[in-house]
Every structure is written in structure tokens, then in C-alpha cells.
Design a protein around this ligand. Structure first.
Ligand code: FSO
Ligand code: SF4
Length: 563
């Protein structure tokens, strides 16, 4: 294995024996093989998209094949040629999503079947499929002896770096596009970009400049993807509202739900209503407590615990079953693994999995039955945290914010969005939040907030000093707010706002968020706790020259340069 896609990679270089995340050598290799197969499928998809407009019968033929061959639920082929399958497969390779050998073996076979089926239909229609990259023709049984599957097969370290940066951005995009799709929102531009980007990583004729252009394009399609997911979430569940979220417990048995999938949240709340079982959020599901459609359920008690990496200790104490809807799953201890359920792309050998049914819904009754016989959760803490400042709520107090800036009560906003992680060095973010001047306001999204969202930082004229927009994808909200503030202050460039960026990253969704910010022209981002291992010195230079990105240093030093 050679994996360096996340921030916690060994020695800031790569995991080569086993993953810090718990991923085995075999699963890491299978993930690389799947990504390689998907690149081949992306090339074939592109060929189909080119041909369909000039061959009306082809579309019906492909649709018939796809529907008969795999679990795609795509209705409209032209829009969604294998898109759901692609999104699911790519998403499953994101850090901490799926650890299951059998899942990846099966997905590789599915990719092969789809690819070969599409190829034979295209050949019959006279499409020339010669001179295509070998990923278009490789057989699953030959993957282990195919050198190109390995990241290291790209010898030029800058080309390798850009290919991986693009691939990881696409991984984040696939995850967000999948959640939007679950709520009925799709965009053909996103699907075609994912294919274009994956195919580009196989193309030896592309230069560093070409790939850099694609990396930035990934960021701008990333903005669209986050906007689409925002639209999907808010259309289905309303706009998040400022909410004081309970972090204590009640005496009933409970179910803990983690991850990002709000549709799973909705179904769980509906199915648990009136059963005597409470529902608590964990990690990235915390913002669900701020959506009007979920707040109306009195058995949604609040949030339990902290961010993803604390789950071993916290799931143990929760006593009831836990539903993992997306990352981040930590390989569970035996003591509680029998009450962990995975769904969607999350997988771990031996854990129980809830699949979607034919009608697109899920049956959580097995989880509810276990909950009924569980002890209530053990109390971890008491009190409340405030969240729900996505763009709609933040902009509803925009006048107040603008006045506070003009009046000097607020001197600066610091975007401290992104991720949390296991390592002690992330205490930096707690210390940074504590040491901020009292007239600075934190804008956050993602699980990074758990490093400081329980601190009592107070408010400025009724505006909380931590404005939490929601999940990592809700970083989009922060951009909307920054753009509106720039308008209110009559500034042409958002970099002229009194906003600094001190961002923490961990996995590939954060890579997409970062690329999205760069595509919007955001400069001077400080990134930590470590710079990505997959960014080569020359690629870093490009980022420094164009965007003045830098690594975080010490709290004292960064405070001076950011505030
Ligand atoms: Fe990931 Fe980061 Fe969303 Fe966290 S991007 S790690 S679990 O902030 O949030 O999925
Ligand atoms: Fe290592 Fe991160 Fe890859 Fe896991 S995802 S194997 S921790 S680099």
C-alpha cells in the first residue's frame, strides 16, 4: 500500500504498512484498484456522452443495459450515465468510510461489468475505442500486476502530486454530490467534470499547467456541488436556525446517529417517533439539530460527545446502537461493535449494514429494537452549544454584523473551518480560539469546531463569537456570507474584508473545500496542522505564488500575522 490522502498519514509522508486510520494494506490496494477501474469507466462514459447526441437508439440501448446490470437507480441516462454508481464508488474510498475487502472486490467487478457492457454497445455503434488508456481494458484479475494502479507509478513528482490533488478533490465532490442526489438534486456538470478529471489523470500528454487548470476547475465545480447540496438540504428540511443544542442526556434509551446524510436522519426520526427511543447526533450530524424539519421532533434530544476520533470512548458510554451514515468510522472495539450499524457507502467487515430498499427508503427497525433493550446513555457533560448560523441565519443579522464592524465592536472574522483529528497538535486550534482578541468572531463549519465550540467565548452585541454554519459542506455558507459582506462594504474583492483563514484539514472533502476557496480567489489561507503530503514542493510553490497559502506555525506567531 501507499496511501497519503489524509492529514494523519505516517510521518507526514505516507502509510505503507497499515493505515493510521485502521485501513489494511489489502483494502488500501483494493481502493487504488477501484479508483483505477473507475478512471477507465470514466473514459468510456465520456465516449458514450459524445456519441449519444448523434445516435438516438444508443441512449435507449445503454439505459436498458445499465438498468439490467447493476444497482444504479438512474432514471435519465443522458444526465446520469452511471453517475450514481461513480459517486458511490468514489465516495467509498474517502478516508474512514469503508474498510471492507468484500465491498471493494464487488465494486471492482461491478465497474468491470459496466465498462465492458458499455464498450460492446459503443463498438456496435461504430465508436472507435482503440488507443485508449489501459485502464479501459484491464481485467480485474490483472489489477495486482498492473503498475499504473499504484500512485507511485507516476514518476514525475509534480504530475503525481497534481493527479492526486485532482483525484482527492473529486473524492470530496463525489461525497457531496451523492448526498444531494439522495435528496433528488443532480447536476450534469458535476458528473461530467468528475469523468473529465478522472480521465485526465490517465493522460500522459497533459502538462503541469493543464493539470493545475483542472485542479482549479475542480474547485469551481466544487462550489457548485456544495451549493447544490445546500439547496437540496434546505429545500427538504428548511434553513438552519440559530439553536442552543443540548449536550446532556435523558433517561430513555437512545440511538446515536453520525455522519452527514440528512435523509437518513429524517427517516430515523420518523421511524423512532413514539417508540420511547430518543435520538442523539454525533460528530458531523450535530447541525441536524438546527434544521426546522428535525427540530420539531421532541425525541431529538441533542448532540452526544465530540468529533469523530473520540468515538471509541463515546460509543462505549452511549450504551445504545449507533448508525454511521458516512465517514468517519473508526474501527470499533469488540465491546460495542455488535451495536454499530453502517449504511450507504460505510462498511466494515462484520458490522451490520442497512441497505436502501427498492423504493429508496431504509428500514431502521433492527436498530430501534436493539435500542429498546439498551440502557440510557451515560452522561458525558451538561449544557448547550450554539449552532445554526448557515447563510440564511447569518445574513438575517447582516445589518447588525455590518454595524458592529463599522462601529469597531468586531475587528475581524477568522474562518476556522475544516476538520478535527486525533493528534495532540490540534490543541493549537483550541489555544488559538482562546487567545483571539475579544473583538474577533470565529466562522466555522465541519468538525474542526469541536476543538473550541464548548468554550465560553461570549458574544458581541448579541452576535455569538462562534458562528457555526454546519457541516464541512456548509463551508459554502461561509463563502456566501463573505460575498454578501463584501457587497455591503462595497468591496470588489473578498480578500479586502477583515476576514482571515486558519483552516484545519483532515480528509478529501476538506481538499475540495480548500480548492473551492482557491477557485473563488481567497488568498492568504493558513492551513494545518500539516500541509498535505501529496503536495510536492513545486506544486506548493504554485499555491504560494498564486494564493499565498502557508502552513500554520505557533499560536503566537499566527495570531500576529492573521489578526
Ligand atoms: Fe470530513 Fe473534515 Fe465533514 Fe469532518 S471534511 S473530517 S467528519 O470536517 O466533516 O467529513
Ligand atoms: Fe493513512 Fe490517511 Fe491513507 Fe488512512 S487514509 S491509510 S491514515 S493516509
Amino acid at each position: 500500500m501507499y496511501c497519503y490522502q489524509c492529514e494523519e498519514t505516517v510521518k507526514g509522508e505516507a502509510c505503507t504498512k497499515t493505515g493510521v486510520c485502521g485501513k489494511s494494506d489489502e483494502v488500501a490496494d483494493l481502493q487504488d484498484q477501484l479508483i483505477y477501474m473507475l478512471k477507465g469507466l470514466a473514459v468510456v462514459n465520456q465516449k458514450a456522452r459524445e456519441k449519444i447526441p448523434e445516435d438516438s437508439g444508443l441512449k435507449a440501448q445503454i439505459l436498458k443495459f445499465i438498468k439490467g446490470n447493476q444497482k444504479t437507480k438512474d432514471e435519465d441516462l443522458e444526465e446520469h450515465i452511471n453517475s450514481r454508481f461513480m459517486e458511490e464508488s468514489i465516495f467509498s474510498t474517502v478516508t474512514n468510510v469503508n474498510f471492507s475487502n468484500s465491498y471493494f472486490k464487488n465494486q471492482i467487478q461491478e465497474t468491470y461489468r459496466l465498462r465492458e457492457g458499455l464498450k460492446s454497445i459503443l463498438k456496435e455503434s461504430g465508436v472507435d475505442l482503440s488507443n485508449l488508456p489501459s485502464a479501459v481494458n484491464v481485467k480485474p484479475e490483472d489489477l495486482t500486476s498492473t503498475p499504473e494502479v499504484s500512485i507511485l507509478s507516476t514518476e514525475n513528482e509534480d504530475i503525481r502530486s497534481l493527479r492526486e490533488l485532482l483525484t482527492y478533490g473529486i473524492k470530496g465532490m463525489a461525497a457531496y454530490a451523492y448526498h444531494a442526489r439522495m435528496l433528488g438534486c443532480t447536476d450534469n456538470e458535476i458528473s461530467t467534470f468528475m469523468e473529465k478529471g478522472l480521465a485526465a489523470t490517465l493522460d500522459d500528454s497533459l502538462s503541469s499547467d493543464d493539470l493545475t487548470g483542472l485542479v482549479l476547475e475542480c474547485g469551481s465545480v466544487g462550489v457548485k456541488t456544495m451549493a447544490l447540496l445546500d439547496e437540496a438540504n434546505t429545500a427538504a428540511y428548511g434553513h438552519p436556525e440559530p439553536t442552543n443544542i443540548n449536550i446532556g442526556v435523558r433517561d430513555n434509551p437512545g440511538i446515536l446517529i453520525s455522519g452527514h446524510d440528512l435523509k437518513d436522519m429524517e427517516q430515523l426520526l420518523k421511524q423512532t417517533e413514539g417508540t420511547g427511543v430518543d435520538v442523539y447526533t454525533h460528530g458531523e450530524m450535530l447541525p441536524a439539530n438546527t434544521y426546522p424539519a428535525f427540530k420539531k421532533y421532541s425525541h431529538l434530544v441533542g448532540n452526544y460527545g465530540g468529533s469523530w476520533w473520540k468515538q471509541k470512548e463515546e460509543f462505549e458510554k452511549f450504551n445504545g446502537p449507533v448508525l454511521m451514515t458516512t465517514n468517519c468510522l473508526v474501527p470499533p472495539a469488540d465491546s460495542y461493535s455488535n451495536r454499530i450499524f453502517t449504511t450507504a457507502m460505510v462498511g466494515f467487515e462484520g458490522l451490520k449494514h442497512i441497505d436502501e430498499m427498492e423504493n429508496g427508503t431504509k428500514d431502521f427497525s433492527r436498530i430501534i429494537e436493539i435500542a429498546k433493550n439498551s440502557r440510557p446513555p451515560e452522561k458525558l457533560e451538561d449544557g448547550e452549544i450554539t449552532a445554526g448560523f448557515a447563510h440564511n441565519a447569518a445574513l438575517s443579522v447582516a445589518d447588525k454584523i455590518v454595524d458592529a464592524v463599522k462601529g469597531g465592536q468586531i475587528s475581524r472574522f477568522v474562518v476556522m473551518a475544516g476538520c478535527d483529528g486525533r493528534h495532540k497538535e490540534r490543541e493549537y486550534y483550541t489555544d488559538f480560539a482562546k487567545q483571539l482578541p475579544e473583538d474577533a468572531v470565529i466562522l466555522t463549519a465541519g468538525c474542526a469546531k469541536y476543538r473550541y465550540n464548548k468554550l465560553d467565548l461570549g458574544d458581541i452585541g448579541g452576535i455569538p463569537r462562534i458562528l457555526d454554519a454546519g457541516q464541512c459542506n456548509d463551508s459554502y455558507s461561509l463563502v456566501v456570507v463573505a460575498q454578501k459582506l463584501a457587497q455591503a462594504f462595497d468591496l470588489k474583492d473578498i480578500n479586502e474584508l477583515p476576514v482571515s483563514y486558519n483552516i484545519a484539514w483532515y480528509e478529501q472533502k476538506a481538499v475540495l473545500v480548500l480548492l473551492a476557496l482557491l477557485s473563488l480567489g481567497v488568498k492568504n489561507i493558513v492551513l494545518g496542522p500539516k500541509l498535505p503530503a501529496f503536495v510536492s514542493p513545486n506544486v506548493l510553490n504554485v499555491l504560494v505564488e498564486n494564493f499565498n497559502i502557508s502552513a500554520n506555525t505557533t499560536v503566537e506567531n499566527d495570531m500576529k500575522r492573521l489578526i
